[in-house]
Design a protein around this ligand. Structure first.
Ligand code: NAD
Length: 360
């Protein structure tokens, strides 16, 4: 037992919300207690409420906001609800966890940033794939400065979604999903790209809807120039008959290659390939004393508790969510215009208030 505060949680939305509980809060009973569950789907509410013995269940988000003994509101509802629920949660004095995408535009993210500044609580968006030993070891090697100059990265999100997936009404529609594979699925891998290689300077992208009969794109390919001068290529599809996520980062003194685990790309086994025996020695030194980082929500909630309790930086910040949405904005604009798009996307950009003019 850690002996520190046990934070109370209300999980809102019982789809991925179940994984937040099963892989996250329930694995840390000395750190979190799920006090309430909220969903407008009664069957899910009762099923998951019983599965995890959650004492309070409600179909009303306002009920959750009125629960004074709830510290954290964890928002796992469909994308178009995220901003309004996050703002209402902050106004009610809660700590907020919010699933991706945090918002549907950079302007909306900036509203959340402004609201957080005035509120007692903080907002932690979700990027659980950052957690796991493969990626965390790579970050440690890069942070110690021994990787050297970044050369090139390739990032693949090759998943499969069938018509049954789109039977859930909010999916596949621009008004409710807000985007397609670039926003909903590949946003994770693209967050990992910038987490490892730093900011993006320019993108050129193409998108297509080829796999399912939906309004949003389900295939994409892009070529990027990073601010460091390194190059990157991204590809994403929902029509891969073997599901993989694959990341390859080539630096001067080391190449990193992820496993192909589609839904845990941050976890081991990663290949760490040094350029020479001397580089291998420096890498071994850098990893001396490395402590295991559990994958996905287990690692994320552990780090979240530490930040809440000690007051340090959150493991995922609104700025991280903003960076991912800025990249999405640039990718959609490039695909729509057939031109390269430079970042940052400023307040004056036609798509600062949303990419709908490109995708609708
Ligand atoms: N981090 C990840 O790996 C990951 C994985 C899947 C989904 N997601 C994200 O999580 C969000 C939810 O996706 P999902 O796949 O769980 O969807 P889902 O449709 O399976 O679940 C959403 C739940 O929210 C409930 N809901 C809808 N409106 C509500 C309201 N006003 N109040 C309370 N409950 C309400 C629905 O009844 C449903 O049970 C999306 O933004 C999605 O992109 C993230």
């Amino acid at each position: 037992m850690s002996g520190s505060k046990i934070w109370t949680v209300a999980v809102v939305g019982c789809g991925i919300g179940r994984a937040h509980i099963a892989e996250g809060y329930a694995r840390h009973p000395d750190k979190f207690r799920v006090l309430a569950l909220c969903d407008i789907n009664e069957e899910r509410l009762v099923g998951i409420g019983n599965e995890f013995s959650i004492p309070r269940r409600t179909g009303s988000f306002d009920d959750v906001l009125g629960m004074e003994d709830v510290d954290i509101v964890d928002i796992c509802t469909p994308p178009a609800l995220h901003v309004a629920q996050t703002l209402a949660g902050l106004a009610a004095g809660k700590q907020i966890v919010c699933e991706k995408p945090l918002a549907g535009s950079l302007a909306e993210v900036d509203r959340v940033i402004a609201a957080e500044r005035q509120a007692p609580g903080r907002v932690m968006p979700i990027f659980q794939y950052r957690f796991g030993d493969g990626l965390q070891k790579a970050r440690r090697i890069i942070d110690t400065g021994i990787a050297g100059k970044p050369y090139v990265a390739s990032v693949e999100t090759a998943w499969k979604r069938t018509p049954e997936y789109y039977e859930t009404r909010w999916r596949g529609r621009l008004a409710s999903e807000l985007g397609g594979v670039l926003l909903t699925q590949a946003i994770h891998s693209h967050d990992l790209l910038t987490y490892v290689m730093g900011p993006v300077a320019s993108v050129f992208a193409r998108t297509a809807t080829r796999v399912n009969a939906v309004e949003v794109e389900d295939c994409a390919a892009a070529s990027l120039v990073m601010k460091s001068g390194a190059l990157a290529s991204l590809s994403a599809t929902l029509g891969s008959h073997k599901e993989i996520s694959r990341l390859r980062f080539c630096f001067e003194h080391v190449t990193f290659e992820s496993s192909q685990a589609p839904y845990a790309p941050g976890d081991d086994p990663w290949e760490i390939i040094p350029s020479s025996p001397q580089a291998a020695e420096r890498i071994a030194d850098a990893l001396t004393g490395y402590r295991r980082v559990p994958p996905r929500f287990e690692g994320l909630t552990d780090a979240y508790h530490c930040a809440l309790t000690k007051g340090g930086a959150l493991p995922v910040t609104i700025d991280d969510a903003r960076r991912s949405l800025e990249l999405v904005t640039a990718l959609y604009h490039s695909a729509a215009t057939g031109a390269a798009v430079a970042l940052p996307i400023g307040l004056e950009h036609s798509n600062y208030r949303g990419w709908c003019s490109d995708t609708c």
